[in-house]
Design a protein around this ligand. Structure first.
Ligand code: ZN
Ligand code: ZN
Length: 410
């Protein structure tokens, strides 16, 4: 049965995730420990007419070893040839499938300053590549694979092999894979549900949202004028629909860069740069994070919001009901792709141009003038408390309940 589910999952990632087209190149990032799964994805891509599968192996061990043992100067540079390679592939419209099996604490004990420098160097070198992404030139998808270190973090009380199996079961549930060939149809249904609420939110065209919960959150976020709520996938500039995140449960849009005020508190740990950050508490004034606290990982958090000017402003507002299937599983995944889809969240860092009307056609300056934040980073943190209320205010001053007790009011 597992064999069947892996096959169906691989096919889903390629067919619905990046939605590979005949003659299109697939760039496949996969942890080397999961080579058999990468091969299933390659088979699925060739079955669907892919031109070529370019595979890039990744490895948690190598990443950690490098941070601990490489020469210090390494972290200030990002090889130009590597940036050029991905830029060239993106420019020709290749599809990018990122498979992850991260150890949430892979970088524990690594000098945070090295991580900061490496992120800055990578962010700078890959600006042209990200600019193509901002214009939606190529389709991409992220999906996760169960692995011993990640699974033991999620299920510490289980034996390793049982933990790995339990995590696979959760993953399959979240991505709606049953092994009976119904996943593609199930995604169609799911997407339609997300879009129903997306339409309601777009029709209200809120000026601002006010968040309140007992954990200290009392926060008002002004939305970008001309914002658009998005959900259930994206479409490239050339018209190819794709699903950037699998799973996805969120409906999200762009805040106005300088329009947020108040205190916002996280409800779930955030894994960032191989560290776990707990109990984030941001004080925000005119959009800027002016105070940042965490009960653990505070230094990593402070570094994360200072990689550049835009890192201390918000770029995403996302709504996920407390009763989402991922939250209902009651499991904390220590993996943003899963945890962000269990909870309402914000991101500090860059905003998606597609969440603004005409945004992908605008220049950087026009985007900024329209209220979009720009940064080399984008980090989601989860704020969806069980008692969270969100009230929307329209431009004509009406107050509309959007969330009551953690769930959608409509
Ligand atoms: Zn999000
Ligand atoms: Zn995000």
């Amino acid at each position: 049965m597992m064999e069947q589910k892996w096959k169906e999952y691989a096919r889903l990632l390629v067919e619905v995730g990046v939605n590979i087209q005949k003659g299109q190149t697939l760039v496949l990032f996969c942890p080397v420990d999961h080579a058999p799964f990468a091969r299933l994805c390659a088979d699925a891509a060739y079955d669907l007419g892919a031109r070529e599968v370019v595979n890039v192996w990744t490895d948690n061990y190598m990443v950690r070893a490098k941070y601990l043992r490489a020469e210090d100067s390494v972290f200030s540079e990002f090889p130009q040839w590597r940036a050029d390679m991905f830029y060239a592939l993106a420019k020709q419209g290749a599809a990018f499938l990122h498979l992850r099996a991260n150890d949430p604490e892979n970088l524990l004990g690594v000098d945070p300053e090295r991580i900061l420098r490496a992120n800055k160097a990578a962010g700078e070198a890959q600006k042209p590549y990200r600019a193509l992404s901002a214009r939606n030139v190529y389709p991409w998808t992220i999906g996760c694979l169960s692995s011993p270190k990640w699974a033991k973090k999620v299920f510490p009380d289980l034996e390793e092999s049982a933990a790995v199996q339990a995590l696979w079961d959760r993953i399959f549930e979240a991505v709606r894979v049953k092994g009976d060939g119904t996943a593609v149809e199930a995604w169609k249904q799911h997407t339609e549900n997300l879009r129903r609420r997306m339409k309601i939110l777009n029709d209200y065209n809120f000026k601002s949202l006010h968040y309140k919960s007992a954990n200290g959150t009392d926060f008002t976020v002004m939305l970008a004028v001309n914002h658009v709520w998005e959900a259930g996938g994206d479409v490239t500039a050339s018209g190819q629909p794709y699903m950037p995140n699998m799973p996805t449960e969120e409906i999200f849009t762009a805040p106005n860069r300088t329009g947020s005020n108040g205190v916002i508190c996280s409800v779930m740990p955030l894994c960032r740069d191989g560290n776990v950050i707990r109990d984030i508490r941001f004080t925000v004034r005119d959009g800027k994070i002016v105070e940042a606290h965490a009960s653990s990982g505070e230094e990593v958090l402070k570094n994360a919001i200072s990689v550049d000017e835009g890192a201390s402003y918000f770029g995403e507002v996302a709504l996920v009901p407390y009763d989402s299937p991922i939250r209902r599983s009651g499991v904390l995944y220590y993996e943003t792709l899963y945890d962000e889809n269990a909870s309402c969240h914000f991101a500090f860092g860059h905003a998606y141009a597609s969440t603004l009307k005409g945004g992908t056609q605008m220049t950087k300056e026009e985007q900024k003038a329209a209220g979009l934040n720009d940064s080399i980073t984008h980090v989601d943190f989860m704020v969806g408390a069980k008692d969270l209320s969100i009230t929307g205010t329209t431009f004509d001053g009406r107050e509309i309940p959007v969330f009551i007790d953690g769930n959608f009011a409509f």
